[in-house]
Design a protein around this ligand. Structure first.
Ligand SMILES: C[S@@+](CC[C@H](N)C(=O)[O-])C[C@H]1O[C@@H](n2cnc3c(N)ncnc32)[C@H](O)[C@@H]1O
Length: 216
């Protein structure tokens, strides 16, 4: 392991000790997971937003796939990570903020992003926060944009009622068994609006009890 790899791993572990719920992993993601979560992204994707970059494992993979630093917005809540990211990727825009406030900031001069890559620990977040994160992310993306989320869990980390409420669908794009621990990556996209089949069909999002939604 290189010197910077060692300091990243040690710094990450230290951050986890200080705030286990926010950091939610003992070590940074490995190469297999970084490659998988960025596998559908290229320079042609346009601007990319990364949520919870930590020490920058996915950021490096995005750059290796041809995404220019200028086309990256790094949204990180941990000050220990945000400062490092700013020094490490000086031409990317690092935002030291809560990802649930994404809707309030303008990025890339108003040009919508083509993808969002998330390392956020959504399983340990309350449903309202997850909704704010997804709502903000999709507000900042093109209609064909995709949100990539990894999980250590056995199924999609966003509960089905939340996906339904926001008009989204999730598809697993692969598993990184070589990661510690093994992880899976989900692509979340907007659902195609269904053509109305005669008469009026109103969405009843008010029927979903968000607070009692269970994690799938
Ligand atoms: C599981 S770590 C993933 C780090 C990195 N992406 C990786 O895979 O190695 C979660 C990261 O999300 C950040 N984070 C947690 N809650 C956040 C929030 N509400 N807004 C922005 N970043 C957050 C943590 O500080 C940490 O860097």
């Amino acid at each position: 392991m290189s010197y910077s790899g060692f300091t990243d791993t040690f710094g990450f572990f230290w951050a986890w000790l200080s705030n286990p719920l926010r950091v939610a992993a003992v070590v940074p993601s490995g190469r297999a997971l970084s490659r998988l979560i960025t596998s559908e992204i290229s320079a042609g994707t346009g601007p990319v937003i990364e949520l919870g970059p930590g020490t920058g494992a996915f950021t490096r993979a995005l750059i290796a796939r041809g995404v220019a630093q200028e086309n990256l917005a790094l949204v990180e809540y941990g000050s220990e990570f945000a400062v490092k990211l700013h020094h490490r990727f000086p031409r990317a825009r690092t935002l030291w903020m809560d990802a649930s406030r994404l809707k309030a900031v303008e990025l890339f001069g108003g040009v919508p992003a083509g993808a969002v890559v998330s390392g956020l620990p959504v399983l340990s977040m309350p449903p309202r926060k997850v909704i704010a994160i997804l709502d903000g992310a999709f507000a900042r993306m093109r209609p064909d944009g995709a949100f990539y989320q990894f999980t250590y869990g056995p199924t999609c980390p966003i509960p089905r009622p939340l996906l339904d409420r926001l008009g989204l669908k999730a598809t697993q794009i692969g598993r990184a068994l070589a990661n510690v621990p093994p992880a899976a990556v989900y692509r979340i996209r907007r659902r195609q609006p269904r053509p109305a089949a005669g008469g009026h069909r109103r969405e009843r999002t008010d029927l979903i009890d968000v607070e009692s939604a269970t994690w799938c």
